[in-house]
Design a binder for this molecule. Structure first.
Ligand SMILES: N[C@@H](CCC(=O)N[C@@H](CS)C(=O)NCC(=O)O)C(=O)O
Length: 211
């Protein structure tokens, strides 16, 4: 049995939950309460010295970290249904959308970054929220444009089957809504999110379903 160390509101863990559900892979879930700092305690740092979730623990004790690496491992170990297209260029384009979200938007809005803005740089809540919304808006503007240019976009980021980019997109939209980001400039993103929301794999991975 696989064990997923996560947290309901962690968007990186949310990505992995969606990918696992799409693949039909069952896991045991262990939640680390990030607000209480459980991810920085010694027992968890032994599993992931970086002190963040998600971690996927394999039956032989191997701890996989970094959501994109975990999802790529899942893709290779459980190839069906495929989350990446077959064509080489298309694969690169889907990965590029994933990285736009997971490497360029999400890290700027992470808990430890927000805590640093608050406790070290003394930024007030309104300024921290403006920061949060700014980085989502910047990333979503580019993503919306890229989706508009790509003939391969269908109901989902790539074609009419959900894939790796959708797995990354839905948790990021969830965060955007949590912080009241105005989504009207991003109709393609919103439509893809709605299409994903109709699928049980996405619905069952939502934060409110984990509690
Ligand atoms: N790049 C990592 C990010 C992991 C990450 O930062 N996870 C967040 C939750 S979404 C976390 O554990 N944050 C704890 C903190 O910032 O202190 C991934 O994709 O897995």
């Amino acid at each position: 049995m696989l064990t997923l160390y996560g947290y309901p509101l962690s968007s990186a863990a949310y990505r992995v939950r969606i990918a696992l559900a799409l693949k039909g892979v069952k896991v045991t879930t262990v939640n680390k309460q990030l607000r209480r700092g459980e991810h920085r305690q010694k027992d968890f740092l032994k599993i992931n010295p970086q002190g963040c979730v998600p971690v996927l623990l394999l039956p032989d004790g191997t701890a996989l970290t970094q959501s994109l690496a975990i999802i790529e491992w899942l893709e290779e170990s459980h190839p069906r249904p495929a989350l990446l297209p077959g064509d080489l260029i298309a694969r690169a384009r889907v990965r590029s959308l994933c990285q736009l979200i997971a490497c360029d938007i999400h890290p700027l809005n992470n808990l430890r970054v927000l805590q640093y803005l608050e406790s070290t740089l003394n930024l007030a809540q309104a300024a921290r929220e403006a920061w949060y919304r700014h980085w989502i808006a910047t990333g979503f503007a580019a993503l919306e444009e890229l989706l508009g240019r790509d003939d391969a976009r269908g109901r989902f980021c790539f074609g009419d089957q959900p894939g790796m980019a959708d797995v990354c997109l839905v948790p990021q939209i969830y965060n955007a809504r949590r912080y009241s980001v105005d989504l009207t400039p991003y109709p393609r993103i919103v439509a893809i999110d709605a299409a994903c929301g109709e699928l049980p794999a996405f619905a069952s991975a939502a934060p409110e379903k984990q509690l």
